[in-house]
Design a protein around this ligand. Sequence first.
Ligand SMILES: [Zn+2]
Ligand SMILES: [Zn+2]
Length: 233
Amino acid sequence: MASTEAVHTIESLGIGRAYIYQEQDKLTLIDTGLTDSAERILAIVEKIGRAPADVRQIFITHHHNDHTGSLADLVERTGAQVLAHKIEAPVIRGDRPPAKPDANVLRSILRPVMGSAAQPGASARVDRELEDGDEVDIGGGAKVLHVPGHTMGSVALFIPKHRMLFAGDAAVSTLGLGPPAGPFGMFNENREQAALSFKKLAALDFDRAFFGHGKPLDGEAATLFRRAADQLD
Ligand SMILES: [Zn+2]
Ligand SMILES: [Zn+2]
């Protein structure tokens, strides 16, 4: 990685994580945390010596509130372009209600605790609708991977040059590595597809992995993904 490039993990957003991908000419925000996270995210932008206007793009992995909660706020304060999959875009804009998560898991006793995370955040602009295989201008060319299941328009970001994967919620490292399970699995729209998407990620070649939930993996990440994918059969 060129010395000017770095990934900053933003924790303490209540539920989940967001990331700043720092490059010399721009910052890219990957997800935006729950509502009221903008202040905390912009404080980190300032801490690394950059201005809100340096945030040129915001890549949204999927519509859940713990990823889009502060999107509208951050768009207003940075002027960034918003990128999201074409299936998620109408939900993020507020033009279409989100799909219902799996009915059985909705009855979970954890639902009242986690319920707000399944709602989309305040409606926000989406400037570019993404599809599988699209290239975006992050880290010398990042590849968009459509990884449906958790939500039908979930996307991950693969940066081949730096052997990095931003998995969104298509993979979590909270209760062991795998597709969302336990409290995070409650909001899967299609559990079988989520498992297939996890396998799709496991077939890639990368060293580092960053998640919406759970600690990033730093080194041999793909090997750990493959081992976890084998357990899914
Ligand atoms: Zn989610
Ligand atoms: Zn999440």
